[in-house]
Design a protein around this ligand. Structure first.
Ligand SMILES: [Zn+2]
Length: 197
């Protein structure tokens, strides 16, 4: 399908010299709901776990949505127009990927015990995600369940491992004991490397 090969600028611009690219969102409606078929690919290009994007769509539409690991798609309950889903992807990028200051998609997420911070690798700006946004709570709770304070750029959440999470501990992400986790939370600002996503 030709649409598979369509790549667009992450910032939504038409600038041919822009270096950050992502696959254009492919949307279709199936029996089980509306599918963002290439959610996995898009999330990879944006350096975010695909579960975040799927959840974000559900939160804004007020319906259940989740990432289907096998199909690499976001499954959003109900019938939604492709334009609606395109708009949600756009909003996700604006709010959760692009730096608020320099507008480059170079932010990494630092996940603390109750907050999420954007750390821009391009301009150094730091900004906290809205504490009221339900996606913040989702990210924090998933990190906590996965028993890891964060994960590497673009890494995916393996929800099957979210309980024992042994495999998650094999990478460069280390979980610390509960007692130490408290100090990690407060030391995050001084030691971004340890918490960088
Ligand atoms: Zn920046």
């Amino acid at each position: 399908m030709a649409a598979t090969h369509l790549w667009v600028n992450v910032d939504g611009s038409d600038d041919p010299g822009y270096r950050y690219r992502m696959p254009r969102a492919e949307v279709c409606v199936e029996r089980r709901g509306t599918l963002l078929k290439n959610c996995g690919e898009i999330a990879k290009a944006l350096h975010r776990p695909p579960q975040y994007l799927a959840k974000f769509c559900g939160l804004l539409l007020g319906c259940h949505a989740e990432f289907d690991e096998e199909q690499r798609a976001a499954v959003i309950r109900g019938d939604h127009l492709p334009a609606t889903v395109h708009g949600l992807v756009r909003k996700f990028i604006d709010g959760w990927v692009l730096c608020a200051r320099c507008r480059l998609p170079e932010t990494r997420l630092e996940v603390g015990r109750s907050k999420v911070t954007f750390d821009c690798k391009a301009c150094g700006a730091r900004r906290g995600a809205s504490a009221e946004h339900k996606l913040t709570a989702f990210i924090v709770s998933v990190c906590r369940r996965a028993r890891t304070p964060n994960w590497q750029t673009g890494a995916e959440l393996d929800m099957r491992d979210a309980r024992p999470a042994a495999s998650l501990l094999q990478g460069s992400v280390k979980w610390v004991s509960k007692r130490r986790a408290h100090s990690v939370g407060s030391a995050a600002d001084r030691q971004p490397r340890a918490m960088a996503l």
